[in-house]
Design a protein around this ligand. Structure first.
Ligand SMILES: Nc1nc2c(ncn2[C@@H]2O[C@H](COP(=O)(O)OP(=O)(O)OP(=O)(O)O)[C@@H](O)[C@H]2O)c(=O)[nH]1
Ligand SMILES: [Mg+2]
Length: 702
């Protein structure tokens, strides 16, 4: 493919609820653009875009796909995003770099849950949109209802730019309201043939009404256009497009089109409007970034090939037949293979290798790209998803996609010791590629946890670890990182004395243990008077206490939030040593804490749940059943936002559960909040379990 100038580029993301035909639409576009001579089918596993084996077997999109093709003298960079909520990270990636979106709806359902969920991201990114009502050929297709749902559920000003002729199995043509022309499809798809016909008699009135509405909306916001519309009642095709274009860029309006991607009906018309109505990289706000230590505030990266390079790496692909690739959006400057750039976040020089244009699984060489374009580059060694690449002369750093925090977690185990290292490096790589997959080693439970956006996300992680890194892993429910503390003040003493020929060991320590407020960790106090324990041994006493805190007396969890004072002791001129005092202190601590009413603490998460009004009662009831404490609720648009504190032990698989009780419409974010004392009966259960485990361990070693 030749190189395109910035004005001729369209970066467009396909966004929607899962399974409404985003990938099918992209395939139809590639077919129309003659980028392929076979129309790819999701159900048959023949698509260019869903090409990974796990995508083909599940018939869903897992990884963001890129389809680059030429249409009407323009280069379209189409970003096909996954609709499953587990892979929402890629929606953030795509919207970070797309200049516009195609919001795809199912004609029989209109706005669905998945669309509502990504709506927030669309609004944050201020993405200009066209709405495409797909599956017009299917049962219960209802174009008008789908349009209404945009207004009702999203508050989106969706204005038809087309009307369908017939719906469901009667869908056989389109009235183009911009050009005031009607077309019927001559074959059931594939051939893109359509024939101009008079506007059907029974639609004349509806067309006139819809067209007047469209023209009025197009003229709003432009005084000249409005004046002409009011005096003549009409606008030229160019004026309508100009007016629409302006309002689309302002996110004031989204024109609505209809099609059947599967039968390739109406898709050509959508493509034409992508070129005519959606903005080029020149029409959207330029990126602003920071240059470290320049002291002059944000730097603007204009979409100009003559400027220094500024680019965002928004996705890393790793497929056996594609190799490892970084997808790069160029905001300013020009790049070509062999170009040296700086990874500004990591301060590493990187040299670009081969560059490619992608059509899903197919790639072709790219000799250069100008500001605004998207290219695939052979993965750079130290550059990962979200990083900025820039010319050294202007080492600008741009905001990465604002990825959501992972909400699902599991404990991950390698099959054997030898696999553990491979697992760790595999997890590190997968995290660099997909920041919504995280891993974390929990010191107190000695477990490695993996975190993702849902069960399916983690299931795919397991499969990919096996396929790409050759490690077999299993997932289990993580242990809860309980802690122990005390509720009373107590003291005790301990003498460590050993005489076994030669030099002996001697140290006597008296300790007092007191409770501290939550979050107090350890406060160690030296109250020794008169040198009964010489100053040089006090650090050893503290070390003994710290060692003693590793395993609490209740169930062996770490002890926190205690003040420990050493207030008396004895030493021996010859036999005392640091080791002797450390041992004495550790033993003394174990004795004293037993008398200080030790208890178990459990971690609480602070969570924020967003749900539509009608699910508020169910979700709150469910949170209470999980021993959650509701801290407040308030309305945000159509949604209720619940703030609560919930025991971490009750949050296992909550992402899946919340989806099921809210028909997929609730979502949440969680983070660690604090520790609280565990209720008695639950504590007893944990103590019993810990004892059983200890005994089993002892039996195992015997
Ligand atoms: N009848 C009919 N079926 C369609 C149409 N568009 C898509 N399909 C079918 O709907 C199913 C889902 O289509 P996809 O293109 O995979 O949908 P998607 O939105 O990309 O799905 P995800 O990427 O998993 O969110 C496939 O079996 C398609 O063949 C259409 O216009 N008409
Ligand atoms: Mg798809």
């Amino acid at each position: 493919m030749k190189e395109f100038a910035t004005a001729q580029i369209r970066n467009v993301a396909l966004i929607a609820h899962h399974g409404v035909g985003k990938t099918s639409l992209a395939e139809a576009m590639l077919y129309l653009a003659k980028a392929t001579n076979r129309l790819g089918r999701v159900a048959e596993g023949t698509t260019l875009l869903d090409h990974a084996p796990d995508e083909i077997s599940r018939q869903i999109t897992i990884d963001l796909g890129l389809a680059q093709f030429e249409w009407a003298g323009h280069k379209i960079n189409l970003l096909d995003t996954p609709g499953y909520p587990d892979f929402v990270g890629d929606v953030y990636s795509a919207l970070r770099v797309a200049d516009a979106g195609l919001l795809v709806l199912r004609a029989s359902a209109g706005v669905e849950v998945g669309t509502e969920v990504v709506w927030e991201v669309l609004q944050e990114e201020k993405t200009p949109l066209l709405v495409v009502v797909n599956m017009m050929d299917k049962e219960h297709a209802d174009f008008a209802a789908a349009v209404r749902s945009c207004h009702d559920k999203l508050g989106l000003n969706a204005i038809p730019a087309q009307l369908p002729i017939g719906e469901a199995d009667q869908f056989h043509g389109i009235v183009d309201l911009i050009e005031s022309k009607a077309y019927t499809f001559t074959g059931k798809g594939m051939e893109e043939k359509s024939q101009e016909v008079p506007i059907p008699a029974d639609m004349v009135e509806a067309v006139a009404r819809a067209r007047a509405h469209l023209l009025e909306e197009a003229a709003t916001g432009d005084e000249q256009l409005m004046e002409k519309f009011l005096t003549t009642g009409d606008l030229t095709v160019e004026e309508i497009r100009r007016g629409l274009c302006e309002r689309v860029v302002q996110c004031d309006l989204a024109p609505v089109f209809c099609c059947s991607a599967y039968h390739n009906l109406g898709v050509k018309e959508v493509l034409d409007e992508v070129v005519d109505v959606l903005p080029s990289p020149l029409d959207v706000h330029p990126q602003q970034g920071e240059v470290a230590n320049n002291g002059s505030g944000p730097v603007t990266c204009r979409p100009d090939a003559a400027e220094p390079v500024a680019a965002t790496v928004f996705k890393t692909l790793a497929e056996a037949h594609l190799g490892e690739l970084s997808l790069i959006r160029l905001w300013s400057g020009h790049i070509e293979p062999g170009r040296e750039l700086l990874n500004t976040g990591r301060n590493r020089t990187e040299k670009l290798g081969a560059l490619y244009h992608l059509m899903g699984r197919e790639r072709s060489d790219c000799r250069g790209a100008a500001a605004g374009d998207i290219v695939a580059a052979v993965k750079l060694r130290e550059t990962h998803t979200g990083d900025t690449l820039a010319d050294k002369a202007r080492a600008v750093r741009l905001a990465p996609p604002d990825f959501p925090r992972p909400v699902s977690f599991e404990c991950i185990h390698a099959r054997n010791k030898a696999d553990e290292e491979k697992m760790a490096s595999g997890l590190a790589r997968l995290h660099e590629e997909d920041p919504t997959l995280a891993r974390h080693y929990e010191e107190s439970t000695k477990e490695t946890l993996v975190q993702g956006m849902g069960d399916l996300h983690l299931e795919i992680l397991v499969e990919r670890l096996k396929k790409r890194f050759g490690v077999e892993v299993t997932l289990t429910r993580p242990r809860v990182a309980y802690r122990e503390t005390v509720k009373a003040i107590a003291q005790d003493e301990y003498r460590h004395k050993k005489q076994s020929g030669g030099r002996g060991q001697f140290g006597e320590v008296h300790l007092r243990v007191e409770p501290l407020p939550r979050g107090g960790k350890l406060e160690f106090v030296d109250e020794v008077k008169g040198g009964v324990i010489p100053g040089q041994y006090i650090p050893a006493v503290e070390k003994g206490v710290v060692a003693g805190m590793e395993k609490g007396p209740v169930a062996g969890f770490p002890v926190v939030d205690v003040r420990v004072a050493v207030f008396f002791g004895k030493y021996h001129d010859v036999d005392s040593s640091e080791m002797a005092f450390k041992i004495a202190a550790e033993s003394c601590f174990h004795q004293a804490i037993l008398k200080a009413r030790p208890v178990l603490l459990e971690p609480f998460d602070e969570i924020i749940v967003r749900v539509p009004e009608e699910f508020l009662g169910d979700v709150m009831g469910d949170l209470s059943a999980r021993r959650g404490k509701i801290r407040g609720t308030n309305a945000e648009g159509h949604q209720q936002v619940i703030k609560a504190e919930v025991p971490a032990s009750e949050m296992y698989k909550y992402a899946t559960h919340l989806r099921s009780i809210t028909q997929g419409r609730g979502h949440f974010a969680a983070k660690f909040s604090h520790y609280e004392e565990l209720p008695r009966e639950l504590a007893d259960r944990i103590v019993t379990a810990a004892r059983a485990e200890k005994e089993a361990g002892a039996a195992h070693h015997a």
